[in-house]
Design a binder for this molecule. Structure first.
Ligand SMILES: NC(=O)N[C@@H](CC(=O)O)C(=O)O
Ligand SMILES: [Zn+2]
Ligand SMILES: [Zn+2]
Length: 427
């Protein structure tokens, strides 16, 4: 049976304007975008009336933590994909810092199987670069690719040894797979919880310096140049990293990069006190860094936006700034935050924001999703741009409530999410 989404507002990249359209879906694929003034023949079809809401390609998040297997008290594939769908995401790529670490084909298969039975959005697993993410021994890249892994990363920790990273890149390159890097030199961090900057100074804390991230970016773009691999930088947070990626791109290195909403809207000077809901890795940086990552995203140095959704339990986060684990949840605030802070204020067009969360991640990782073109999978998010609501962590679909954005008043709330033409979530 066909499905019509009528009276939706669709962003037209060519004209740079929003237009009213009716969308026909057949067999889980986009079949047709009809003019909003036309009167389509919907007889015998199912109909969703978007009622003037935005109809966007389903959002794509290439950096998330589903915590399954092993840390299901923080999140699992059922709760994590529900949280994603509620945030408007239809494809998510999950990190391998699970228990066991996703460093073996069985764990990749477990994630894919469970996503099929209990997940409600598309789940793409990454596999670890090194066994147990310990940085000592490479995993079996060929077997992990065969099992369904889409790339290799030790997210959560940096690969400390340059030769290990070079070997990983050469092997990934030979298999046509990307290497995705959490950039952090352990010797420069040593137990610090927040960035070097005003907050650390005021509270007499040791800070995490910008170089701890950028030194890996610099090393790795050289190794990417030498090996030719597609090298993707995780959660860019510093001015120095942006500068290095910009230079590497200018000389043709095959490098791409991502940034998180929190690094675009918050600096260390916004941290209200010793509250671990403001603790994540990389940490909130200085206002100067925030400006640099915004500019990097705007000029294309940074390709995509990801949430780095990193749920932890209330008990873990209650251990305080110094002892609590790093990470904040992100699915259910990402779009409203960026829409409210950058689009409603006139800094970005709606098209710019949508592209960085749909078409660009699809391009960078070679996915067929991320577009409303005829023939594309009917992964769709219907978003209410006009209603203001308060962020209520207690109402999250995620098991995690660890967010610094509780109580923020935002616009741009998803109203319904479709995957392959089926409604998987609606308010
Ligand atoms: N970002 C975080 O602060 N934490 C992530 C790890 C990571 O993304 O490096 C986690 O797994 O909790
Ligand atoms: Zn990371
Ligand atoms: Zn992460």
């Amino acid at each position: 049976m066909s499905l019509w989404i009528v009276n939706g507002i669709v962003w037209n990249e060519v004209s740079g304007e929003a237009e009213r359209k009716h969308i026909r879906i057949e067999n889980g694929l986009i079949a047709e975008l009809a003019d909003g003034d036309s009167n389509p023949d919907t007889a015998g079809s199912e109909i969703i009336d978007a009622g003037g809401k935005l109809v966007a390609p389903g959002l794509i998040d290439m950096h998330v933590h589903l915590r399954d297997p092993g840390f299901e008290y923080k999140e699992d594939i059922a709760s994590g994909t529900r949280s994603a769908a509620k945030g408007g995401f239809t494809t998510i790529a999950c990190m391998p810092n699970t228990r066991p670490v996703t460093d073996n084909p069985d764990t990749v298969k477990y994630i894919l199987d469970k996503a099929k039975t209990e997940g409600i959005v598309k789940v793409l697993p990454y596999a670890a670069i090194t066994k147990n993410e310990l940085g000592r021994e490479l995993t079996d890249f060929a077997a992990l690719k065969e099992a369904g892994a889409i790339g290799f990363t030790d997210d959560g920790v940096g690969v400390q040894n340059a030769q290990m990273m070079k070997n990983a890149m050469a092997l990934a390159q030979s298999l046509g797979m990307p290497v995705i890097a959490h950039c952090e030199d352990d010797s420069l961090v040593e137990g610090a919880a927040v960035t070097e900057g005003k907050f650390a100074e005021t509270h007499g804390l040791k800070g995490i310096p910008n170089e701890s991230e950028a030194i890996h970016v610099g090393r790795d773009v050289l190794l990417a140049e030498a090996t030719g691999v597609h090298y993707h930088v995780c959660h860019v947070s510093t001015e120095q990293s942006v500068r290095l990626i910009r230079l590497a791109k200018s000389i043709g290195v095959n490098v791409t990069a991502e940034v998180c909403p929190h690094h675009l809207v918050l600096s260390d000077e916004d941290i209200p006190g010793m509250d671990a809901n403001w603790k994540m890795n990389p940490p909130l940086r200085t206002p100067r860094d925030v400006q640099a990552v915004i500019e990097g995203l705007e000029d294309g140095t940074i390709d995509i936006i990801v949430t780095d959704h990193a749920p932890h339990s209330t008990e873990e986060k209650a251990r305080g700034m110094q002892l609590a684990p790093f990470g904040i949840v992100g699915f259910e605030t990402a779009f409203p935050l960026l829409y409210t802070k950058f689009v409603r204020t006139g800094k970005w067009t709606l098209g710019f924001l949508l592209k960085r969360m749909t078409e660009d991640p699809a391009r960078v990782f070679g996915l067929k999703e991320g577009s409303l073109a005829a023939g594309a999978p009917a992964d769709i998010t219907i978003i209410n741009l006009e209603v203001e609501r308060e962020v209520d962590p207690a109402a999250f679909a995620s098991k995690g409530t660890n967010t610094p954005f509780g109580g923020w008043k935002l616009y741009g709330w998803p109203a319904a999410t479709l995957v392959d033409g089926s409604v998987v979530w609606s308010e």
